[in-house]
Design a protein around this ligand. Structure first.
Ligand code: SAH
Length: 251
């Protein structure tokens, strides 16, 4: 996972609030990313950036500052532009998961990937979006669609991490350590259960059919394995033994 994560960079363009730069550093660092590129930040370095980066001071210290977006994107061959609004550019619009899937595919081919975020007030300009291969819109509500910059960074970093973890996860084990009980073993268990309910006088004159059907459904749903059935048989056997003792004259 680390190899792939190193191919991603987060590019913040014309950021006004240094606090957002610090928060963005923290957001990416918690998700396993380290590369932050700043294109013409209004104020940087700044104590508010340091304060909000908290434990991600390493990311902030390593952040490079660029004069142009082209410099910030140098070496990247797949670029996603994050925008809250549709712009007048003819750019494919993806949701975060589609964007992440495409970005991951590019990284897996050995490409470097950039995620670009705009200024807090104005977002990404058309000519900035024009440098992107696709636009990603986080599906916020229509009447208030703009997230805080660092929070938009967090959403994307999180989605990327989830996708990277899923890629790295070993396939789910197929074999259970104990085989599930087969139909015959389940049938034995239901007989034992029915006999025990009689022994403890559970039915008290009522017809047992309905309750037995319900209990069948309950245990079928649980799909017990053989070890679990052995435990249940043990409990039933003890209940029968106690019922036998209770029936003994003089007890
Ligand atoms: N008024 C600006 C909002 C900028 S918010 C606009 O309409 O774009 C600062 C940055 O955060 C944006 O440029 C974008 O990169 C990111 N951002 C905020 N909300 C977003 C959303 N819903 N989807 C995608 N990116 C978003």
């Amino acid at each position: 996972m680390t190899d792939l994560a190193a191919r991603f960079r987060f590019v913040l363009v014309r950021t006004s609030h240094p606090g957002n730069i610090g928060s963005a550093a923290r957001a990416i660092r918690t998700m396993g990313f380290t590369r932050l590129d700043l294109v013409r930040p209004e104020r940087f370095p700044h104590r508010e950036a340091d304060a909000l980066a908290a434990g991600a001071a390493d990311v902030l210290a390593a952040a490079s500052v660029h004069e142009t977006m082209a410099d910030g994107l140098a070496g990247a061959s797949f670029v996603l532009g994050l925008s809250a609004r549709r712009r007048g550019v003819n750019l494919e619009e993806l949701d975060p998961r589609e964007g992440v899937a495409r970005a991951l595919a590019a990284a897996a081919r050995g490409e470097q990937v950039a995620l670009v975020f705009g200024n807090e007030r104005t977002g990404l300009e058309n000519e900035e979006l024009a440098r992107c291969h696709a636009m990603v819109r986080i599906p916020s509500v229509e009447d208030y669609s703009s997230l805080n910059l660092a929070q938009a960074v967090q959403v994307m970093a999180y989605e990327l991490r989830v996708a990277l973890l899923a890629d790295a996860a070993p396939p789910a084990p197929v074999a259970q350590d104990e085989p599930p009980a087969d139909a015959a073993k389940m049938e034995q268990f239901f007989h034992h259960l029915a006999a025990t309910l009689d022994d403890i006088e559970f039915h008290k004159g009522r017809e047992p059919t309905t309750i037995m059907l319900r209990l069948r459904r309950l245990f079928q749903r649980a799909q017990p394995d053989e070890r679990e059935l052995r435990i249940l048989h043990g409990i039933l056997a003890d209940a029968q033994r106690m019922a036998g003792l209770a029936r003994r004259p003089g007890s």
